[in-house]
Design a protein. Structure first.
Length: 286
């Protein structure tokens, strides 16, 4: 954000125009879906979270669509409307994949949204920031371990790019919105932390639900091991951090970008490094 004052009309015009200009035209049905071998099909079917991903994307489209007519600023409204279209297209992309490869996931009824749709949108936005940051690392790990053919990752990459665009848009939208309301840096930071912790709690709830025994459809342990072999916490955090930086380079440097999660990851990595360096000395002296 070198030349543009955050929260100004020119900031708003800039981040909304960037978002609209980088929209990609594609149809989920005609993407180059590869033919998978029986072994790859079994791996894809063993992934336990397709139901959750499908539901999340359908829910995303519904929240963004419900919030759009409440936005009074026409420039922002046009951009958010486009995001709603893209989220609905993510849901169709996942649906096409479910049908094509016979995955075990169905459309489930969507929950009722609260009357305060703006807060629902903001909760959703911070949730996307958290999911995307962790997703960057998970995606890198899966791709590197050749869990599935590269052609599948190229399709998921289309989705990842759009999610990255969404979080960049969201961070700029929040900065613009909060400054419009005259919120100072301390209150903005406090609010960001509050929303991230809500997003974190939701994610933990999802993970817990995923671990509950589910009508006999146990997660194929051997398949997971294939994916998680050699998993290290430090490696994962490093992947999240590096992939975030790499994916952010695709965006105009004048746009604001998410900084909190990368800073936390950076701090954690420094902590791990210091710990690793001092551990031998601690052991020797004890
Ligand atoms: Fe999405
Ligand atoms: Fe999104």
């Amino acid at each position: 954000m070198s030349n543009i004052e955050a929260g100004s009309d020119s900031h708003r015009d800039f981040f909304c125009k960037q978002f609209i200009d980088t929209h990609q035209v594609f149809d989920p049905d005609t993407l180059p879906w590869p033919t998978l071998s029986d072994e790859d099909l079994a791996k894809l079917r063993a992934v336990p979270f397709w139901q959750e991903v499908y539901h999340t994307e359908r829910r995303a489209g519904a929240i963004v669509d419900a919030f759009t007519p409440r936005i009074t600023d026409p420039v922002v409204r046009e951009a958010v409307q486009l995001q709603g279209f893209e989220e609905a297209r993510h849901a169709s992309l996942i649906r096409v994949m479910i049908e094509r490869y016979g995955l075990d996931a169905q459309a489930q009824p969507l929950e009722r949204f609260p009357d305060d749709l703006e807060t629902a949108f903001i909760d959703f936005g911070f949730g996307e920031c958290l999911d995307a940051f962790l997703g960057f690392g998970a995606f890198k790990t899966a791709r590197q371990s050749r869990f599935l053919p590269e052609a599948m990752f190229e399709i998921f990459d289309v989705l990842m790019f759009e999610e990255t665009r969404h979080i960049v848009f969201f961070i700029n939208y929040m900065a613009w919105r909060e400054r419009q309301r005259g919120l100072g840096p301390a209150r903005r930071m406090f609010k960001t932390l509050r929303f991230y912790s809500r997003a974190g709690m939701r994610l933990m709830g999802m993970v817990r639900r995923g671990q509950e025994p589910n009508d006999g459809r146990d997660f194929a342990v051997t398949q997971t091991n294939l994916f998680l072999d050699g998993f290290s916490f430090r490696g994962f955090v490093e992947d999240c951090y590096r992939e975030n930086a790499r994916r952010m380079r695709a965006f105009d440097p004048d746009l604001m970008q998410p900084t909190l999660l990368p800073s936390i990851a950076d701090l954690a990595l420094r902590g791990i490094n210091v710990w690793d360096k001092t551990r031998p000395y601690l052991r020797r002296s004890s």
